[in-house]
Design a protein around this ligand. Structure first.
Ligand code: CA
Length: 231
């Protein structure tokens, strides 16, 4: 059973989300502050954290950073009251897998969780496919969830890991946004395909020498992106 930790300081919202998620068969842990959330995460080892941004004490961004340090394979969905937080949430410093703007309907939340669940499952699937994929200076350890450039490890979120795996399985092939969305987020994902672009932007910042002039993840105008092996 997927364990979900819900970090939200507004009791009424928290109770409402909890009831809905339990009805869907999830095991739900509640925290009213970031500090409490981090404690519970260490104790209960959730699979997915739903994280409000505006919290008393440390805010959701800080909680996200601390959780990512301890649990690199955790799924994190940010809950925000403001749509303008988008860039910050999906920004380079953030290890977020997805986000939802409040108020959202419970069905939408469930779909997002299930989409993330499938990504996490594929991420941890040790039965299928090759253990290592190599392309130029890059190597990915699919089982170990590790990614290397010139033998130096680069830390990726589970979502970024899935994107790189997809690229490295399709070297030199232009992939359109929908193909990437379907392969990584799942066909049922209802969010904006802009999420592909923000993840690519984040990946480029991590792996390119010059993210403004990308060599490895090439933009194919009108189509999407292509992985080019480095020399
Ligand atoms: Ca709040």
């Amino acid at each position: 059973m997927t364990k979900i930790l819900l970090v939200e300081d507004e009791t009424s919202i928290r109770k409402f989300i909890k009831i809905n998620l339990e009805r869907e068969g999830f095991e739900v842990y509640e925290a009213g502050s970031g500090e409490e959330g981090i404690d519970i995460a260490h104790r209960e080892k959730p699979d997915i954290v739903l994280l409000d941004i505006m919290l008393p004490g440390i805010d959701g961004f800080e909680v996200c950073n601390r959780l990512r340090e301890s649990f690199p394979n955790l799924g994190i969905i940010m809950l925000t009251a403001k749509a303008e937080d988008y860039d910050k949430i999906m920004g380079l410093q953030s290890g977020t897998d997805d986000y939802l703007t409040k108020p959202f309907n419970p069905t939408e939340l469930t779909l997002r969780i299930k989409s993330l669940e499938r990504r996490l499952e594929r991420h941890s699937d040790k039965q299928r496919g090759k253990r290592y994929l190599e392309s130029g200076a890059f190597r990915i350890d699919v089982y170990g969830h590790k990614f290397f450039k010139n033998d130096e490890e680069i830390e990726l979120t589970p979502t970024e890991h899935e994107i790189v795996k997809l690229f490295m399985s399709n070297v030199n092939r232009a992939l359109n946004r929908d193909e990437i969305l379907n392969a990584v987020w799942g066909e049922e994902f209802l969010g904006d395909s802009k999420i592909v672009d923000v993840n690519i932007r984040r990946l480029r910042a991590k792996i390119e020498e010059d993210a403004a002039h990308p060599k490895y993840i090439e933009t194919v105008w009108g189509v999407g992106y292509r992985w080019k092996p480095s020399e």
